[in-house]
Design a protein around this ligand. Structure first.
Ligand SMILES: NC(=O)c1ccc[n+]([C@@H]2O[C@H](COP(=O)([O-])OP(=O)(O)OC[C@H]3O[C@@H](n4cnc5c(N)ncnc54)[C@H](OP(=O)(O)O)[C@@H]3O)[C@@H](O)[C@H]2O)c1
Length: 429
């Protein structure tokens, strides 16, 4: 890498704008640590007239980011627009083809096109870095790629979406409903005001799981979805009951190899209140890695927000300036095989089940009979009657139950006229 390095920042939203300010204010520190003089020669956003939090230099503003690649001699480009396709993909693709290093926090782009883009980067001998795409400020990708480079990783799981973790924690502490807490999260800027769906339905965490799997197991990014459930249907009632049973509900992203097959999932989990993960609250993220010989390794920190995300982007940046040109996924693309995918129907796990029923004799035995028929055995059972309404909540913690059997069983119990609502199923960690 030459001494004077030209930089472009594409996308000046929450992340790009903050990053630009970091780059401007930390030039001396960067030179001290890398010996490189950096110059921001181009910036781009959709609306040139928009008022931004930090001052921008209009003389280097490009309305179309593609022009930056065509018309300037940029060395390193930050992509912070955020689409999985469209202009984000185009800018990254063209940059790599023109031997420009790329740094991005865009998990949607990497989860969808990471293999192709990594191949391009490798071919053109430039970097494609995406530390900020998973768990914000937590340096989990570099930890897996470098710190744990020779470990055999078997499982990675954690809290990968700060919005969901905030909502679940706040529902517990304020004893409030999902929709009220979501409104509060939107007011505080923890959830997107317009469309928070991709955070709440597990999609965002799933993109991060895919990136984690790929790095942990040295495989191509899987395009198959094993299991994805969000938190939209979590009721305060379940948080309360879980609490009484010494559990908390957390949205977890989990990836593991079972018999050499990849099992990726995102869903709410009951975790023990005295476990590490059970005490990661609010907008915090945490990632737990199981590997050999390292054992269990845990990283926790802020998973989103401009500060934490920029910290990860800057770490990628300094890595490139120091000449750490590596394979984006830690090994040559050709050595990364397409993973075999685990059949979720074969999965067995303990379950939390809640049935809202008419409070009359025989209903409980109708439920337990159906469970027994599907070889699902009960570990704990609680009945909470509501005498006024003549209803009851039946809560069951099962021993390990097969996923396919459990789904079939729930379906058949639902058709019983004494069952008043769709049964709730939450897996235990
Ligand atoms: N926000 C976080 O906490 C966070 C955390 C981790 C990762 N990330 C990732 O960081 C990326 C950026 O997120 P963000 O929160 O900063 O998004 P954002 O606030 O919505 O900013 C997006 C930026 O892209 C610009 N843009 C949109 N279309 C464009 C186009 N056709 N050409 C040029 N610029 C265009 C927008 O321009 P205007 O400003 O003119 O509208 C805006 O500046 C995403 O990939 C996101 O997943 C975000």
């Amino acid at each position: 890498m030459k001494k004077n390095v030209n930089i472009a920042v594409v996308g000046l939203g929450q992340i790009g704008n903050y990053l630009l300010n970091e780059l401007n204010t930390k030039k001396k520190d960067i030179e001290l640590k890398t010996g490189k003089k950096i110059k921001i020669i181009a910036i781009s956003a959709k609306n040139p007239k928009k008022k931004r939090k930090f001052k921008i230099n209009k003389n280097i503003f490009y309305k179309n980011p593609v022009d930056i690649i065509k018309k300037t001699n940029v060395d390193i480009l930050f992509e912070a627009i955020g689409y999985s396709d469209g202009v984000s993909k185009k800018v990254v693709e063209l940059s790599l083809k023109k031997k420009i290093h790329v740094i991005t926090p865009n998990k949607a782009l990497i989860a969808k096109h990471g293999d192709y883009l990594a191949k391009l980067a490798e071919k053109n001998k430039v970097n494609l870095e995406f530390e900020a795409s998973v768990a914000g400020g937590i340096p989990i990708l570099r930890t897996i790629k470098e710190g744990l480079a020779t470990n055999k990783i078997t499982k990675v799981y954690g809290i990968l979406n700060g919005t969901c973790n905030y909502i679940l924690s706040e529902m517990e502490t304020s004893k409030n409903t999902f929709s009220n807490v979501l409104k509060k999260a939107q007011l505080l800027g923890y959830a997107e005001p317009g469309n928070p769906k991709l955070d709440l339905n597990g999609y965002d965490a799933f993109a991060k799981v895919r990136i984690l799997s790929s790095l942990s197991f040295n495989k191509k990014i899987s395009n198959k979805k094993c299991l994805m459930e969000g938190i939209e249907n979590i009721d305060y009632k379940d948080i309360d009951i879980a609490n009484q049973l010494n559990f908390r509900i957390k949205l977890l992203g989990i990836t593991e190899l079972i018999n050499n097959k990849l099992f990726e999932r995102v869903h709410p989990c009951l975790v023990k209140k005295d476990s590490y993960i059970g005490n990661v609250n609010g907008v915090m993220n945490a990632v737990i890695v199981h590997g050999y010989p390292i054992g269990e390794s845990i990283l926790q920190g802020e998973g989103a927000g401009p500060g934490a995300t920029s910290s990860a982007l800057m770490s990628d940046f300094l890595s490139i300036l120091r000449g750490n040109i590596k394979y984006p996924f830690g090994l040559p693309n050709i050595k990364r095989k397409i993973p075999l995918v685990y059949n979720v129907d074969q999965y067995s796990n303990s379950l939390y089940l809640r049935f809202e029923v008419k409070d009359k004799p025989g209903v409980l035995s109708q439920i337990t009979k159906q469970l027994a028929k599907r070889k699902i055995s009960v570990e704990r059972l609680i009945q909470i009657p509501d005498h006024k309404r003549k209803t009851a909540s039946i809560v069951i913690i099962t021993h390990k139950a097969n996923e396919y059997n459990a789904q079939k069983c729930i379906k058949s119990i639902r058709s019983n006229k004494n069952i008043l609502k769709n049964p709730i199923l939450i897996r235990l960690l």
